[in-house]
Design a protein around this ligand. Sequence first.
Ligand code: TRP
Length: 335
Amino acid sequence: MNRTDVILTGIKPTGSPHLGNYVGAIKPALDLARGSPDANAMYFLADFHALTLIKDPTLFRDRCHELAATWIACGLDPDRQVFYRQSDVPEVFELSWILSCSTSKGWMNRAHAYKAHVDQNTRSGDGDPDAGVNMGVYSYPILMAADILLFQAKYVPVGRDQEQHIEIARDIAARFNRSYGEVFTLPLFISDPSTAEIPGTDGRKMSKAYDNTIPLFGPREALRRAIFGIRTDSSAPGAPKDPDASLVFRIFRQFADRERTEAMRDGLRQGRITWKEAKEALFDLVDGFLDRPRAMYDDLMSDRPRIDRILEAGAGRARELARPTLEKVRQAVGR
Ligand code: TRP
């Protein structure tokens, strides 16, 4: 990675942050920046992306603050990294429109999220394949391309489910460059293979959509309840258990060091550890891990104007970085 390389990623504030967000998105993105101190790392709240879903203004504001506090509590340093809220950077939306004008509608028809809606509507057979789809959902990948291309980002660390969006951003950039000259850096999807998707309490991918999440912050009781709600098989307390088939173990290993992971693995295999004890150990581990971040999170959430100030300062820097590219784009199209 070079000095001028930009690493950029965003998360949309659609639900309260959970362990899956931390393990699958926040941690790998922060680790990547730590491992490449020469690159410029940028992190943002994709807040206007969340408007496709959230229609309640109070909830929207809460989600944004929660997500900002989460990033910082998990280790993002807003003095060293550029941390901002998408909607504080109007350049994004101008670029998004310009990109829309040279993006084929057909590409959007093939985007996974939109297609999933259409498939769902087609299956339910109510006649309108576009029922319930707003234009935000449809052009979501173009706004996302603008997020990325505006900062000439080269590396975009995201989960597998976002891979197609990065490919679309790349295609949009390449087409624009072909028409108007070399304006944009072509972005690359990167996904850390060691960050396996963390299962939810029912075994499916941890997601607010499935209601199977383990919360990152909030009352410890809620953390305990979620962990004790993790599905286990019905093996008797003293029976040998298969660690790799166990959700408790698969979550445990994301937080434990090698030694503790092996001890848990052996204990389960040999039937020395009951599910109840394994859950107790998982709770202690996660609870201990969250100790400091939780204090920081609570601190920030009790002073929301401070969160806003941090985000505004970050947006100031982001806008400075955005301006030369947007200027180039405007000139390229003849403005
Ligand atoms: N679509 C991403 C998600 O659902 C969020 C996002 C929006 C994003 N713009 C981005 C991620 C730009 C990386 C880069 O999580």
